[in-house]
Write a protein that binds this ligand. Structure first.
Ligand SMILES: Nc1ncnc2c1ncn2[C@@H]1O[C@H](COP(=O)(O)OP(=O)(O)OP(=O)(O)O)[C@@H](O)[C@H]1O
Ligand SMILES: [Mg+2]
Length: 468
């Protein structure tokens, strides 16, 4: 029997999605072609034999394939492997008359996007296809962002292409050459030190030192000694004159990290330095002129500290001539793919490995994660994945197990509950709240639908009736 491809005629659209239908019953193929063909954004082709579909796929992979699980010349589960070889990014929707969860789990384990039990309505199929398209669309957008990386999506080592980050890049370039003090605010791991370095690199001071000082790591005496140095004989053990950090950084930039941790008594001394640009070495009586630019950083709310009297207002105003507020990573999720690519490259270089590509499943999982540790946490996660990965592509297997479980900060962790119990409870919670919508549940949990399916199966949550 000749199995010429049957096509609808929406092939001239620009932002279109190519869908292949494969079923050994011609009548089914025709019904689905008709049912989906009406959608303007779809270019649908029908096949009756797997070999024809595969041949076509080798020439040009479709975005979606909707296939029967039992075909004349192939079995759907084997087909998945073949499709994956020809086109890794094609989303597979399997249909079957022998609905069984086992088959579904096998199919999703092998990488099917969805499993739909016959008989189904065209409406149901359309719904599934539009979910698949939503995923493809977000992947396309992500790839575009990755492509842009290297053009405007970065400033030196700082990656970002969201409007907030682009604005920050602009501010850095504008204020770097002006010698004003800058206060950088942001949660841990958002890149405060990176921004401070960028300010230095874009300034006239870039041939001089960039010196970083952690204001929280020392007692008041040690801070004074570190910053101002001491004269010979200033205290027991001061056998020679020691230059302080502010003197050694002469001409350059001093990065005062964790400025909110600086003891109040030390704040007065620092204020004087900022006002007069001179210091006294410990035990010294002659003022020494210094020439530094000050960039301070904090992850604390300095405004609040000022109002409570825990931070000096005058020093606060001196430091924040310009403020740069770095957004947390969860508020700029669009940057996650580009950051992941960048970190993968960085880690590969560090480990002397070839740079792996990043699988879509890997990206799907991380773009939804909350990242309380922001970019640093993402960097560690990717670095770990690169270290563990044996292939040329990072997949969810390379992510920490139960990544998604870490996402729920509000959840009260009961000491007595096992992780498994918490996992089940939480999945049920979300599943119920979404009205048993699997796509939505997977999205909220930050896992792929395939993973959700596997978990539902593993925990025996096979239908809504079984939920308490
Ligand atoms: N936008 C970014 N692009 C690329 N790398 C980034 C970005 N933001 C942070 N990083 C990387 O994340 C790590 C943490 O950044 P950094 O030390 O600057 O954060 P921080 O805000 O100073 O954190 P903390 O408050 O904990 O000191 C670094 O390895 C840095 O290179
Ligand atoms: Mg820091």
């Amino acid at each position: 029997m000749r199995t010429a491809a049957l096509r609808n005629n929406n092939s001239k659209k620009i932002d279109t999605y190519r869908v292949m239908i494969l079923d050994d019953e011609e009548i089914t193929v025709k019904r689905l072609l008709k049912g989906l063909g009406a959608a303007k954004e779809l270019r649908v082709e029908g096949f009756i034999l797997a070999k024809d579909a595969l041949e076509e796929m080798r020439k040009s992979p479709p975005d979606i394939i909707i296939s029967d699980i039992k075909l004349k010349d192939a079995h759907g589960l084997d087909l998945i492997d073949k499709i994956k070889v020809n086109s890794r990014n094609t989303l597979i929707i399997l249909m079957t008359g022998y609905a069984s969860i086992d088959q579904a789990v096998k199919a999703t384990k092998k990488g099917a996007f969805y499993y739909i039990a016959k008989p189904f309505s065209i409406k149901e199929l359309r719904q599934t296809v539009s979910e698949a398209i939503e995923l493809i669309r977000s992947r396309r957008q992500r790839n575009m962002i990755i492509d842009q990386l290297g053009r405007e999506g970065r400033l030196g080592e700082i990656i970002g292409s969201t409007p907030e980050m682009l604005q920050i890049f602009k501010t850095i370039k504008q204020i770097a050459p002006i010698d004003c003090n800058v206060l950088i605010k942001g949660e841990t791991g958002t890149g405060k030190e990176l921004v401070a370095k960028a300010l230095h690199l874009h300034s006239k001071r870039n041939r001089h030192p960039f010196v970083s000082f952690n204001c929280g790591a020392f007692t008041e005496e040690l801070i004074a000694n570190e910053l101002f140095g001491h004269e010979k004989g200033a205290f027991t053990g001061a056998n020679s004159t020691k230059l302080g950090l502010l003197e050694t950084a002469s001409g350059g930039t001093v990065f005062l990290d964790e400025i909110g941790e600086m003891p109040l008594s030390m704040q007065v001394k620092l204020l004087r330095v900022l006002q007069e640009n001179t210091i006294f070495r410990l035990g010294g009586t002659t003022p020494v002129g210094i020439d530094c630019r000050f960039v301070a950083a904090t992850n604390r709310n300095l405004d609040k500290m000022v109002s409570k009297g825990a931070f000096r207002q005058d020093l606060f105003y001196r430091l924040k001539v310009v403020t740069i507020a770095l957004p947390p990573l969860r508020k700029r999720r669009e940057d996650i793919p580009a950051l992941a690519v960048y970190f993968a490259k960085k880690a590969a270089k560090k480990f002397g490995k070839p740079t792996p590509r990043i699988g879509n499943d890997f990206l799907d999982a991380i773009v939804e994660y909350r990242f309380p540790g922001n970019c640093r946490e993402l960097e560690h996660m990717v670095e770990r994945a690169v270290a563990l990965s044996r292939g040329s592509r990072l997949t969810t297997e390379d992510l920490p197990p139960d990544l998604w479980l870490l996402q729920e900060p509000q959840k009260q962790i009961k000491e007595t509950a096992s992780l498994r119990k918490l996992e089940i409870d939480y999945i049920m919670d979300v599943y119920k709240k979404t009205g048993f919508n699997q796509s939505e549940t997977a999205r909220i949990l930050g896992i792929s639908r395939t993973t959700l399916w596997r978990k539902l199966r593993r925990f025996n949550i096979t239908s809504r009736k079984q939920l308490p």
